[in-house]
Design a binder for this molecule. Structure first.
Ligand SMILES: Nc1ncnc2c1ncn2[C@@H]1O[C@H](COP(=O)(O)OP(=O)(O)OP(=O)(O)O)[C@@H](O)[C@H]1O
Ligand SMILES: [Mg+2]
Length: 453
């Protein structure tokens, strides 16, 4: 249950609001002036403080400042009398989340409160994620002994300190996201936000507002101003994944940001300047898209300031062994199993396999194997079935024995084989493979995720 501190010197308003918030399922603590508010803050944690700007002893801003000393994550909403909006705007600059003018519109109040708490939960998640990642991405958790990966690390080292835009290229599962995080967490921006957004998973119409925010009333459903990812990432980094999937209007807006470091929210005219480093990633062939007039060339040049190419796993087979070891340790620990190696036959299969899904596929294969293994050494039969057989040796009717006799698992097996074939023929290029099979890149992505390709 979320806990709210309500600070208001007018007793009727205080009781009335407390009752409404209680009914909405919040736990409410009441305070009649600044001093008693501070006392409450010192004695227990709150998610949110809703305070009058003008209190008999001191003002709401001071309550906010005292509160942040004790509880840095607490969200603050100010209530002001009509006419003191100027003060409220000032308070916003100091970090309060929002303000409401009297007389209070209850619907608006409830929306603002729930948004504030949502944002707080996101921040908290982000902080804990940051902690996790800090320990995880000391490079030594990114495996890459091959010359090709060493070159990547070298480049990451060289550019982490700069603000230059980075474009990560490489097939699905090669580690683009991992490298993006390594850049951020090894840069001077590491203590600020890293916002990640998958441009292909958000409907075109919402993407612009997700990225740049929107003003209240800018479209149906925009009941309140909302900050976009660029604003939240101020001082930090934004990771734009699947950058090949932008509509032309978002391409224009992103280009403008890269040129001028400022933008306006959807429906707004005011320019907002932020200091954000952009890291973009794609496995699409942008050069081809430019030729087909689907992608702006000028945007491409702005994004491609520092290109980093992540090679397919089959082009750096030296990494397979160390990656196997890494994932074996990781999943043995996670599953509380004592698996300390892989036999030579299984190792040979892994070395020969073409890994169309790259490191992600290898990671999935090892996780599965670790879960299923009965012995302390992995054997070929612990590896996914499709790795053990050459496709031409396989008769479809044989599947019964190996895959499970139910219709669904056989269909899935067959689908996986078809996908793998198409990926193999197109060198792992999902867009081309999707074209070949006659479905959209989105469908392709869903299917390859499903099968860990
Ligand atoms: N060099 C590496 N060392 C250790 N783990 C790795 C490495 N490269 C990738 N991985 C792991 O493989 C998985 C896939 O990596 P990641 O998500 O970064 O790939 P991606 O290139 O962003 O793929 P996609 O294009 O499908 O989004 C992740 O779980 C990641 O932790
Ligand atoms: Mg990715």
């Amino acid at each position: 249950m979320y806990k709210i501190l309500l600070v208001e010197d007018d007793r009727n308003t205080l009781e009335g609001l407390a009752e409404i918030l209680n009914q909405e399922g919040y736990e409410v603590v009441k305070a009649i002036d600044g001093n008693s508010a501070v006392k409450e803050i010192k004695s227990s944690p709150f998610n949110l403080i809703l305070t009058d700007l003008l209190l008999p002893d001191f003002d709401g801003i001071e309550v906010a400042q005292q509160a942040w000393k004790e509880q840095s994550e607490v969200m603050i909403i100010m209530i002001t009398a009509f006419g003191s909006v100027k003060h409220a705007v000032n308070a916003m600059k100091q970090g309060i989340y929002d303000y409401l003018t009297k007389p209070i519109d209850i619907d608006e109040l409830l929306i603002v409160i729930s948004k504030a708490i949502n944002e707080q939960q996101l921040r908290i998640e982000n902080i804990s994620l940051k902690d996790k990642i800090k320990s995880k991405y000391h490079y030594d958790n990114i495996i890459g002994n091959s010359g090709k990966m060493q070159e990547v690390f070298h480049k990451v080292n060289k550019i982490a300190n700069s603000d230059a835009t980075v474009l990560l290229r490489g097939d699905s599962g090669t580690g683009k996201e991992l490298i993006a995080r390594a850049i951020h967490y090894n840069s001077p921006r590491k203590n600020k936000n890293m916002m990640e957004i998958d441009c292909s998973s958000i409907p075109e119409t919402l993407l612009e507002s997700e990225l740049f925010g929107h003003e209240k009333g800018s479209f149906t459903g925009a009941h309140k101003m909302m900050k976009g990812k660029f604003e939240i990432a101020d001082g930090g980094t934004i990771f734009l994944d699947e950058i090949g999937e932008l509509s032309s209007s978002v391409q224009v807006k992103l280009l403008r940001f890269l040129q001028e470091k400022r933008f306006n929210r959807v429906g707004g005219t005011k320019f907002i300047s932020v200091d954000v480093r952009v890291i973009a990633a794609t496995n699409a062939n942008l050069e081809e898209k430019i030729k087909d007039k689907l992608y702006r060339e000028d945007l491409y040049y702005r994004l491609n300031v520092i290109p980093i190419f992540l090679p397919a796993l089959k082009e750096r087979r030296d990494d397979i062994g160390p990656l196997l070891e890494h994932f074996l340790k990781k999943f043995s620990l996670k599953n509380k199993k004592n698996i300390n190696g892989i036999n030579s036959e299984a190792l040979a299969i892994c070395h020969e396999y073409h890994w169309p899904g790259n490191v992600r596929e290898l990671e999935n294969a090892i996780e599965n194997a670790v879960v299923l293994a009965d012995d302390s050494i992995l054997k070929p039969e612990d590896l996914p079935f499709y790795m053990n057989v050459k496709k031409q040796d396989l008769k479809f009717k044989d599947l019964n024995k190996e895959v499970g006799s139910d219709y669904q698992s056989q269909i899935e097996y067959a689908e996986r084989m078809i996908l793998m074939d198409a990926l193999k023929e197109t060198n792992g290029n999902k867009t081309h493979a999707a074209n070949q099979l006659g479905f959209s890149i989105r469908t392709m992505r869903n299917k390859t995720r499903k099968y860990g390709l």
